[in-house]
Design a protein around this ligand. Structure first.
Ligand SMILES: [Zn+2]
Ligand SMILES: [Zn+2]
Length: 338
């Protein structure tokens, strides 16, 4: 049922023509008018692995910066968040979600997959190739009832588009990681992470692009060479602020990713995408519609409505401001498959 709603998952009005199995006369889209947007980061480190701050200090940073949820994702460590939750969690205001960065290597290549909301610590499983290693760790995270996201594919130039195309059972890919050494933009024969995402979407894969901090250092805010917080995040639309609801919305693509551009409104279905930016001061915005053929339409201004008639494969919007900050909406799939 959830997959049947993916197309209209971020639509305020939804697709009236879609129907639920066994309820042919009912509209497929639940009433989302009461759903809320929640800002969160799904990738952060503490002194439990190679960060510089305690879990308490990290949770406090995100809470005080106005985030609504945080996943602590230490390397091969599942931080016990019970005490943190008692100290920091406030219903509908701030939530801690269990997590781990399952950290593996194949030969010299670093292969990292986050496990969000896992029910137990996941050991890295090792494999016989890059793809095999990734698949074993994704499967292990699923076995622990977690949601996997594939991290920083160009870190160590480790993961190719072919690896991502062969990998199964994942819906989330880091298209922006705030660590300064992860090569988000690609180089040489390696495409940037956003181009990798588009190649997956062109192949019909239901993969959603997330932005994360991968923050390690909270005590060196002046140091641009340090992996600092506040670089990339997601804003998730969900019925309530709890782990299961957030995970379901993430895996349905009910969110946008950002490095600084905020949205005031977003409505989308197979007919069109409407988006409106929250304008900051004198900043200007460029909104670009992307489908399977590339960039197909660009609008200057804080708001746009893109009609999807004639668009190929999928459609998504990339928003860039005049200072370089970005946001990415999730793809609407146009091939008629649920
Ligand atoms: Zn990593
Ligand atoms: Zn990390």
């Amino acid at each position: 049922m959830r997959r049947a709603c993916v197309l209209s998952a971020v639509a305020g009005v939804g697709l009236g023509v879609m129907t639920l199995a066994g309820a042919a006369a009912q509209p497929a889209v639940p009433d989302r008018t009461s759903w809320h947007w929640y800002k969160g980061n799904t990738h952060a480190h503490t002194i439990e692995s190679d960060g510089d701050s305690t879990p308490e200090e990290v949770a406090r940073w995100y809470r005080d910066q106005g985030y609504q949820f945080l996943v602590l994702s230490d390397h091969n460590v599942l931080v016990n968040i019970a005490a943190l939750t008692a100290a920091f969690a406030v219903p509908e205001q701030f939530l801690l979600v269990p997590g781990e960065e399952v950290t593996d290597t194949f030969e010299t290549k670093p292969l990292h997959v986050n496990g969000l909301n896992v029910t137990r610590r996941v050991e890295p499983r090792h494999g016989t190739s890059v793809l095999d290693t990734l698949q074993r760790n994704v499967d292990a995270i699923r076995d622990a009832r977690g949601v996997p996201h594939v991290n920083h594919p160009n870190f160590g130039w480790a993961i190719t588009p072919a690896d991502l195309a062969g990998l199964e059972r994942y819906r989330l890919l880091e298209i922006f990681n705030g660590h300064p050494l992860v090569n988000n933009l690609g180089g040489g024969d390696a495409p940037g992470t956003e181009a990798m995402w588009d190649s997956l979407l062109r192949a019909g894969r239901r993969v959603y692009g997330i932005a994360v901090d991968d923050a390690h250092y909270f005590k060196r805010p002046w140091d641009k060479a340090a992996p600092r917080p506040g670089q990339g995040w997601v804003v998730v639309r969900a019925p309530r602020l709890d782990p299961a609801a957030l995970m379901a919305s993430l895996e349905a693509g009910e969110f946008y990713a950002s490095t600084g551009v905020e949205l005031d409104d977003y409505q989308a279905d197979a007919a069109g995408i409407s988006v409106r930016v929250r304008v900051a001061g004198q900043t200007r915005y460029r909104l670009t519609l992307i489908d399977a053929t590339g960039e197909v339409e660009t609008t200057d201004g804080p708001a746009a409505h893109f009609t999807l008639t004639g668009r190929r494969g999928f459609a998504r919007v990339r928003l860039q401001d005049s200072n370089g900050a970005l946001a990415w909406t999730q793809p609407i799939f146009l091939d008629g498959r649920p």
